[in-house]
Design a protein around this ligand. Structure first.
Ligand code: SAH
Length: 394
């Protein structure tokens, strides 16, 4: 068999020596062996030294590195990587619990598996490929996953229709690739979560806000809470359990509001403290009364690419300013950005400007980030995306 190889231009191995997992197309001198998109290729320096192996793809990120060690990328390889990932979640105390069965098992580059996401909901794993290579290898990964997880998993739902590059020449069907649906209830620290991995956003839940929802619970007692961009209502459920006086959930998606209401009914039947509204955030903030003293702003990514950065920062400023203008004195604001291209300082500056424009004196109580089952590879700082601030508004 002809070896499928990528030869780098002179000096372009430097970032790989620091274990950065991406090779940009501009760093490549030549490609040999006619690899198909999604194949595993060996990467050599211009001096002919083997340096890495990874999935090749058409686009600006040409190779996503799977290994810097010269080992075969076979079932054993996937098993080892998944075992390591599982070991970390076990260390974090997220597995084999009665009150909790939702966690992210694989977080792409953060688990040395660029392009792959696996989320666990009870006995179901939802697997998502963001690269063609992970799509090509989905079956061997699923087999390895079954072996690593044993009886913990009875079904693997594959969901990559919208996450694969749209130009890639691959068949993309969502569906179970192992087993089928199970009837267990997804639980987050004792709260029954309405998760719809088949038609919901992402893999069905924003697992990345788990610890921040738990924190909000502690701030909620006796407060009037507005959960803006509620999606499945996780922050609302936390606030209700924390003893909020009232909780209003808002999302522009009617389906999201429906799921939120279901979650409230499942956990707090006959509780009259909660109402949900299918409405645009900016309209709701403009029209609402100044009755809230705890507001959550968790908008979708305002910028998905670098060139949208300026508009994103304006968006964050406008949104936060509206909240600052209406929040009660003594109020608490949980405000987030999940845009990867917006860094912590830029986000904080946008919120600072919003507070100044609204004429409110604000102190930072907590600085929030993604949870530890969404690890950041230290050599891939791009993987740090979620940031948040808990603010006391005088
Ligand atoms: N806080 C949620 C996740 C929010 S995801 C959680 O903990 O699960 C962002 C949500 O914003 C999505 O549900 C999306 O439907 C909603 N959204 C997007 N644009 C919106 C807008 N203009 N007004 C209100 N909601 C919007």
């Amino acid at each position: 068999m002809i070896q499928k190889k990528v030869i780098l231009k002179r000096g372009k191995e430097e970032s790989l020596l620091r274990f950065h997992p991406w090779i940009f197309s501009g760093a490549i001198d030549s490609i040999q062996g006619e690899p198909d998109e999604g194949d595993v290729v060996d990467v050599y320096t211009s001096a002919g030294v083997w340096i890495a192996a990874g999935h090749i793809q058409i686009g600006s990120i040409a190779v996503r590195v799977l290994t810097f060690e010269r080992i075969p990328v076979d079932e054993e390889f996937w098993k080892k990587r998944l075992e390591t990932a599982f070991g970390i979640r076990r260390t974090l105390g997220l597995v084999d619990r009665d009150d909790h069965n939702i966690y992210r098992l694989v977080h792409g580059e953060g688990d040395n598996l660029p392009g792959l996401v696996i989320d666990i909901y009870g006995h179901t794993a939802v697997m998502q490929a963001h690269s063609v290579g992970m799509h090509v290898d989905r079956k061997v990964i699923a087999t390895a996953l079954t072996e690593v997880m044993g009886e913990r998993i009875t079904g693997i739902y594959y969901k990559s229709e919208t996450t694969l590059p749209y130009k890639a020449d691959v068949e993309r069907n969502n569906g179970y690739i192992v087993g089928g649906p199970s009837d267990d209830t997804p639980l987050e620290y004792g709260i029954r979560m309405p998760v719809d991995w088949i038609s919901g956003q992402k893999t069905g839940l924003f697992i990345d806000q788990r610890e921040n929802r738990a924190l909000l619970e502690r701030f909620s007692k006796g407060r009037n809470v507005l959960n803006m961009f509620c999606y499945t209502g996780g922050f609302s459920l936390a606030a209700l359990r924390g003893g909020a006086r009232l909780v209003h959930s808002v999302d522009s998606s009617a389906r999201a509001v429906e799921l939120t209401v279901k979650g409230v009914n499942d956990n707090f039947p006959h509780d009259t403290r909660h109402s949900a509204f299918a409405k645009d955030a900016f309209r709701f903030l403009d029209e609402m009364d100044a009755q809230y003293d705890l507001i959550v702003l968790d908008p979708p990514a305002f910028a998905k690419h670098k060139d949208a950065l300026k508009h994103a920062l304006i968006g964050y400023r406008r949104l936060n300013q509206k909240a600052f203008e209406k929040i009660q004195p003594g109020g608490i604001l949980f405000t987030f950005s999940c845009s990867q291209v917006v860094n912590k300082e830029q986000f904080r500056m946008a919120v600072f400007t919003a507070a100044a424009s609204a004429g409110r004196n604000v102190r930072i109580l907590c600085q929030l980030h993604q949870p530890s089952d969404h690890p950041v590879n230290i050599f891939h700082p791009e993987g740090e995306y979620l940031k948040g601030l808990v603010l006391a508004v005088d």
